[in-house]
Design a protein around this ligand. Structure first.
Ligand code: URA
Length: 378
């Protein structure tokens, strides 16, 4: 096969290479930045916005030994294959030099590069913090793609939600929504919700609480044991930690609308007959989503803060990772400002003392940022 044909095949294959390695590879301990994925698949490192580094180099081959479900280059795919020899790569990479007088003015490829950069940008993998670390501001003036980044970051949440929304069916709970959607009517109707089996073992349907015009909405995962007994969100140990940090950054709990992604407690019996929380599954989260959507539509918060991945993923899809994207503010269709941070229960449960202390610092920083953002939003 001639080099041109190989180039054609490999350039095409590289376009689909974004999920390679990051999908199945193990992360190094720091979990941040380039090269953080150990050797796996066609390449082993990816950019902070999720693109495989092979895209920025030459894809040497699209032969792969793995069978990753979403990858066009997976072993079971009948796509055309090619492999460059080292000699071919050298020939492709280094042509004969030309004198400066023959060098083109400006950079004729810049516009094309911008189009390419924007079209391969994966909004679902955006990690602004890692991006800034890998691409320090002092280099921005010489990188043509940096002028595109603010707009790409701004559009990321909406594009991500469009990417995932076709897969979301109508929430089961929509069948139980009342005609009048004020908070009191919603809370009343929600008591009769049978959209998923969790109601069978729960004591209360724990609906959100807080003022109808709250500027900030907090969304947790699911009520715990105490919340289930009392019928109110975030009143147990996680709620107490939350209240402490809210107060320390000047946010008043009474002014905030506090709710959960799933509104019934899910549990199994422990050895001492205690009720042990069971994380809700995607089915339960989706079944309950109708209530959360109705709450957001009614409260119209200026800002939403999701506590933990379960809540964040209701909005931005299953690809959202707290460790990668916590503390970043996004403009979204649901609120002018949207952020996710750790769940306070995670802070209470982390076994490693240093990791726990670090997470607590991040949690406080994030909540301070929420307070600042709300002030800035006016
Ligand atoms: N954890 C949550 O996510 N919500 C609560 O209401 C309590 C604990």
């Amino acid at each position: 096969m001639d080099v041109r044909k190989k180039l054609e095949i490999l350039a095409d294959a590289a376009k689909y290479d974004a999920s390679c390695s990051s999908s199945g590879g193990k992360r190094k301990a720091d979990k941040e930045g380039l090269g953080s994925v150990e050797g796996m698949g066609i390449c082993h490192s990816y950019t902070p916005d999720g693109r495989c580094v092979s895209l920025l180099k030459i894809l040497l081959t699209n032969f792969c030994i793995y069978d990753c479900q979403y990858c066009i280059n997976r072993i079971s795919s009948d796509t055309a294959r090619a492999r460059f020899t080292p000699a071919e790569v050298v020939r492709l990479t280094y042509g004969p030099g030309v004198p400066r007088s023959q060098a083109p003015e400006g950079d004729a490829l810049e516009e094309m590069w911008g189009t390419y950069y924007a079209s391969t940008f994966n909004p679902a993998r955006l990690n602004v913090r890692a991006m800034r670390a890998e691409m320090p501001k002092k280099h921005w003036a010489t990188l043509p793609e940096t002028r595109l980044i603010p707009e790409l970051v701004r559009q990321a949440p909406e594009r991500t939600s469009r990417m995932v929304s076709p897969k979301l069916e109508l929430s089961e709970s929509s069948r139980f929504l009342p005609e009048h959607r004020d908070l009191a009517s919603l809370a009343h109707a929600a008591r009769g919700c049978r959209a998923c089996p969790l109601h069978e073992r729960a004591t209360h349907m724990v609906f959100g609480e807080g003022p109808a015009g709250a500027r900030l909405m907090l969304v947790g995962e699911q009520p715990g044991d105490m919340e289930d007994r009392e019928g109110r969100p975030f009143i147990g140990p996680a709620g107490q930690l939350l209240d402490t940090v809210l107060a320390s950054v000047g946010l008043e709990r009474g002014q905030i609308y506090v709710t959960n992604a799933v509104k019934h407690f899910g549990w199994v019996e422990g050895e001492e007959k205690q009720r042990l929380h069971v994380k809700p599954g995607r089915g339960e989260v989706l079944a309950c989503k109708g209530w959360l959507e109705a709450e957001v539509a009614q409260v119209k918060p200026r800002m939403i803060l999701c506590l933990g991945a379960t809540a964040a993923q209701v909005f931005l899809g299953p690809g959202f990772r707290i460790n990668l994207s916590r503390g970043q503010i996004f403009e979204t269709p649901w609120a002018k400002a949207w952020m996710a941070t750790f769940h306070p229960s995670a802070l209470l449960r982390m076994p490693d003392e240093r990791a726990r202390a670090q997470a607590r610092i991040h949690f406080e920083e994030d909540l301070r940022k929420v307070a600042d953002t709300l002030r800035a939003l006016g």
